[in-house]
Design a protein around this ligand. Structure first.
Ligand code: SF4
Length: 622
């Protein structure tokens, strides 16, 4: 401890980030400070005022690392980055890997389109949202399509149309892809969409009314009638939408509720004065003061790619308020304000958000109790040693042994813990050796888990006895005795005595210590839980595998001079697969979009030389 004291005494007094580590070098906590020495030494002064969790952490600290930054703002960014990377045990962690869907209006385009996106890019487009669910977003998109004839196709489709699509026939698009509308008229529609999504409906109706009068004056009665219908429709929409604020700027109202070291945070999204919805999170306070929990949440929540509103209403002042305001303003490119409302409409909104946070925590607690009961039942039914509060499940995905990958998903309390998910590229196994691959993945995962003392309660494999044997061998080699192990496979069951023998496939659970599999019954909630976990492992493996295949194909084409990203995409779209590009004649290559004789020759000779033996992803059946 003396060495640590000395180290702390000599820490710089500049701003930066500090990392508390235990005797094994594992990072326990990452924090930021305006004065590193001052902040770090405050932890090791008298324990008064410190909660038990902080005291336990301090006892474990064997070393402290620091990274000096020029400013506190830099330290804030770095702290967020390091928390995301190391996920230290004593930091407040926001479990939220999903980015919420938004609508993107590409106003920088000559003929803008309205599309759904999950990440906000730093471009000149306008973004609307986030929508609390994909359903609410699709509803809005459907409504916009019905009210305004704006294109909703992707740019790639737009640039290659020879005839307008069905939307044009249905009057839902003006057909800019084929020159059916002038730019100014189309821009008028874009302006209306923008006003509608910004909630400026009264202004929009005014504008439409004027347009309707003009059309009538010019005796364009059909056009005038169309606008009249449009106005009536928008009025009906407005009637249903509750206006919660007369402030038409975009606001996130952050509800906060704490109970027994558990914190519920519930942002409400107010856009154009209307309440779009909200999203709840439950975090462990880690014994930290409310202000620090809230601050950690906001820093992690408004990460890159997330929609940043004009105002963030919070229930109490946070230490990083000004810093965070500056950071968000910089990212948004427009002034962002974070403040505690004291009266009026905003205060009322905040109370509403806090009530939502409270209700969310109650709901989560009730759900948690149900899940705990389910896990206890699983323990009883499958004769497990422990209640499987932490489960890890594995799956392998490959294409005849090529590009093989393993995936691991983790569930805590019956719910996905996505920050623990892992991918494994198979390194040592060649060919379609499923058992060999599973052996490699399990060995790599649990060698590390033993070192880090990070073992789950239960491991689930997709497969039968053979897979179980592999896992047992790995556990034996690593001296692991405390993990329960099961596998899940479909087996034929004979029922009755019909001509087909009354056979049907049934999901069975295998346990190493029991000869017979456990039949759980098709409607068993236990089977549904196991299925959900296994399916998630499968989905995760397939997604990664697809990504890898895409990358491989991309890199094969990228090796050909003159074939950049756009041409790679075009070639794949035109021919359908890499194999088909490889087999294409010189003439066919030349005729493909964005190609010419020289490029066609380059592609043709590249594959003739057999420089690459790529895979054909489209021939794969998962
Ligand atoms: S008509 Fe043309 S521009 Fe409109 S949605 Fe269809 S393809 Fe896109």
């Amino acid at each position: 401890m003396k060495a640590l004291d000395q180290k702390i005494e000599h820490l710089p007094t500049s701003p930066g980030v500090y990392l508390f580590k235990d005797h094994k070098g594992t990072i326990l906590y990452v924090g930021k400070a305006g004065n590193l020495r001052h902040r770090v030494s405050s932890y090791f002064q008298k324990p008064t005022g410190k909660d038990t969790k902080t005291l336990t952490m301090i006892e474990k600290v064997a070393d402290v690392g620091t990274i000096v930054t020029d400013t506190e703002k830099e330290a804030l960014i770095l702290e967020n980055h390091l928390i995301k990377e190391h996920r230290p045990r004593y930091n407040v962690k926001l479990r939220d890997d999903k980015s919420y869907p938004c609508l993107r209006l590409s106003v920088e385009d000559e003929f803008p389109t309205l599309t759904i996106v999950r990440r906000i890019k730093k471009d000149d487009s306008l973004y609307f949202g986030p929508y609390p669910s994909a359903t609410s977003l699709k509803e809005t998109l459907r409504l916009v399509r019905r009210l305004f004839p704006i294109r909703t196709c992707l740019d790639t489709k737009f640039s290659h149309r020879l005839r307008p699509c069905i939307n044009y026939e249905m009057g839902r698009c003006l057909g800019p892809c084929c020159g059916k509308v002038e730019k100014t008229r189309y821009q008028g529609v874009v302006q209306q969409v923008r006003m509608f999504l910004e909630g400026k409906n009264e202004d929009l109706i005014e504008r439409l009314k004027k347009k309707m009068e003009q059309e009538s004056e010019q005796l364009h009665f059909e056009a005038a009638a169309k606008i009249r219908d449009q106005i009536q429709h928008i009025e009906r929409v407005i009637e249903k939408q509750k206006i919660v604020s007369r402030d038409f700027s975009d606001q996130d109202v952050i509800g906060f509720y704490l109970q027994d070291h558990r914190v519920a945070i519930h942002p409400l999204f107010v856009r154009g004065g209307r309440l779009l919805g909200g999203k709840g999170f439950v975090l462990s306070s880690s014994g930290l003061p409310d202000e620090e929990v809230l601050s950690s949440f906001l820093v992690q929540y408004y990460r890159e790619g997330r929609f940043i509103p004009d105002r963030v209403l919070i229930p109490k002042r946070i230490p990083e308020q000004t810093l965070l305001e500056e950071q968000l303003t910089e990212v948004k490119g427009k002034r962002v304000r974070i403040f505690v409302p004291v009266k009026g409409e905003r205060k009322h909104l905040l109370q509403m958000a806090c009530e939502n946070a409270k209700q969310f925590l109650f709901k989560e607690d009730a759900l948690g109790k149900d899940e705990e009961r389910l896990l206890e039942a699983l323990k009883e039914k499958l004769r497990l040693r422990k209640v499987p509060r932490r489960i890890e499940a594995f799956d392998i995905s490959n294409l005849q042994g090529e590009l093989a990958v393993g995936s691991m998903v983790s569930f805590e309390g019956g719910r996905p813990a996505r920050e623990r998910y892992r991918h494994f590229r198979i390194r040592t196994v060649e060919g379609s050796d499923d058992y060999g691959m599973m052996y490699e993945v399990l060995l790599r995962r649990y060698q590390r888990a033993v070192e880090e003392e990070d073992l789950p309660d239960l491991v689930i494999l997709d497969g039968g006895r053979g897979h179980l044997n592999v896992a047992q061998q790995v556990f034996q080699e690593l001296g692991i005795k405390e993990i329960d192990l099961i596998s899940l496979a479909k087996e034929r069951t004979v029922r009755g005595s019909g001509p087909s023998g009354g056979q049907r496939m049934e999901e069975k659970v295998f346990h190493p210590q029991f000869k017979e599999p456990f039949p759980l019954g098709r409607d068993s909630p236990l089977l549904h839980l196991l299925d959900r976990i296994r399916d998630e492992a499968h989905r995760f493996a397939i997604t990664y595998h697809k990504k890898l295949r895409k990358k491989t194909i991309g890199s094969a084409l990228a090796d050909i001079p003159g074939i950049g990203k756009t041409r790679q995409r075009e070639l794949l779209r035109h021919f359908g697969s890499l194999d088909k590009i490889r087999q294409a004649s010189l003439e066919a290559l030349e005729k493909a979009p964005k190609m010419n004789r020289k490029l066609a020759l380059a592609v043709h000779s590249f594959f003739l030389k057999g420089q690459d033996e790529p895979l054909d992803p489209t021939s794969r059946k998962d």
